[in-house]
Write a protein that binds this ligand. Structure first.
Ligand code: NDP
Length: 248
């Protein structure tokens, strides 16, 4: 796909992988709708993108709230007239042992990582179906391919995203010319560990940074560009990107 002049929505654009990808898309001439809850962060990113000659708008959005997602997508569509790319990336990883029964955190992960992604897919799909073109990228994880003790509910959510993405591709790609990519990164430097309330797991995850060089968010943005820029008849259905030093 030629990116210049296209329109994208990026959820989770206020930090990490989403922010890096939004910047990279804008640098390639994509008009970007930046979606997340922290409006101040989004507005700062809009300014940064505009200062570099790009185009972006801030969409204050809670992906768990279907009305908020529909309103944001409608604003983006009205502003730029199309939606060519949807990067469904908002996510949380407050991990803990299942026996800790942190039920509120389990529900929050399901609400954001799975149901939030369903909300954004449901909002953009009619637009892309009408256009008969589009590219949906869903952020799963290495956690959508493997399982490890201690990361149970997070891994369950990312397996759900991987499975949903694969079926979405089979159902909609041929008929509507909408490509689907399941993004599956290993360890990436971001704010993801900041929401881990279990001190033991938080410390263990932070220690990983001393054991290997994490991927940068910009590395993931580069991989996404590769999938987007592939010729129209090529669907990069999975992007599995790992730190070279990650041993599992
Ligand atoms: P960050 O914590 O930096 O980014 C998470 C983003 O999700 C933030 O922009 C946050 O914005 C947004 N978000 C969270 N809850 C909501 C909500 N209810 N509504 C809208 N937006 C929300 O982490 P990453 O960049 O690392 O994470 C991005 C994605 O990548 C996640 O899905 C994560 O699971 C996945 N991933 C990360 C890996 C890593 O090692 N970092 C590895 C594999 C996958 P705000 O708080 O402003 O709403």
């Amino acid at each position: 796909m030629e990116l210049n002049g296209k329109t994208a929505i990026v959820t989770g654009a206020s930090s990490g992988i989403g922010a890096a990808t939004a910047k990279k898309l804008a640098a390639h001439g994509v008009k970007v709708g930046l979606a997340a809850r922290r409006l101040d962060r989004l507005q700062a990113l809009v300014s940064e993108i505009e200062a570099a000659g790009g185009k972006a708008i801030a969409l204050e959005m809670d992906v768990t709230d279907q009305a908020s997602v529909s309103a944001g997508v409608a604003t983006l569509h009205k502003t730029y007239g199309r939606i060519d790319i949807a990067f469904n990336n908002a996510g949380l990883m407050p991990i803990s042992d299942i026996a800790s029964l942190k039920l509120e955190e389990w529900h929050r992960m399901v609400d954001v990582n799975i149901k939030g992604l369903f909300n954004t897919v449901a909002a953009v799909l009619p637009v892309m179906q009408a256009q008969k073109s589009g590219h949906i990228i869903n952020t799963s994880s290495i956690a959508g391919r493997k399982t490890f003790p201690g990361l149970g509910v997070y891994y369950a959510t990312k397996h759900a995203v991987a499975a949903f993405s694969d079926i979405l591709r089979m159902e909609i790609s041929p008929e509507f010319n909408i490509r689907v990519t399941s993004l599956q990164p290993g360890a990436v430097e971001s704010e993801l560990f900041e929401h881990i309330s279990d001190e033991n797991y938080r410390a263990r995850m932070e220690q990983l940074k001393e054991q290997m060089t994490f991927l940068k968010s910009a590395d993931i943005a580069d991989a996404i560009l590769y999938a987007l820029q592939a010729p129209d008849h090529v669907d990069v259905a999975e992007l599995f990107i790992m730190p070279t030093e990650q041993p599992w």
